[in-house]
Ligand binder design. Sequence first.
Ligand code: ZN
Length: 79
Amino acid sequence: MIPFENTWPYEIIQQDIYVNECPFCSESNVLLPIKKKDLPELSRGVKRLLVFPCCHNRVTLMDADRDYLLAKQPLRNRR
Ligand SMILES: [Zn+2]
């Protein structure tokens, strides 16, 4: 069971994955280095390192559903 703090909403635009806001540096409309085709693998539980292109912060993705990416570490309320 992954806590809500570890989730972050994403959007699919064509084959690309965006976040409205980076959880680390608050950059807006960040294009992530994963693709729509990578999501089924994630949701099967294949872990993946995600490096945010804006600030180079790294998270380990554990899962994804239709709306949220699920990370190993908290993405919300980190302060
Ligand atoms: Zn960032």
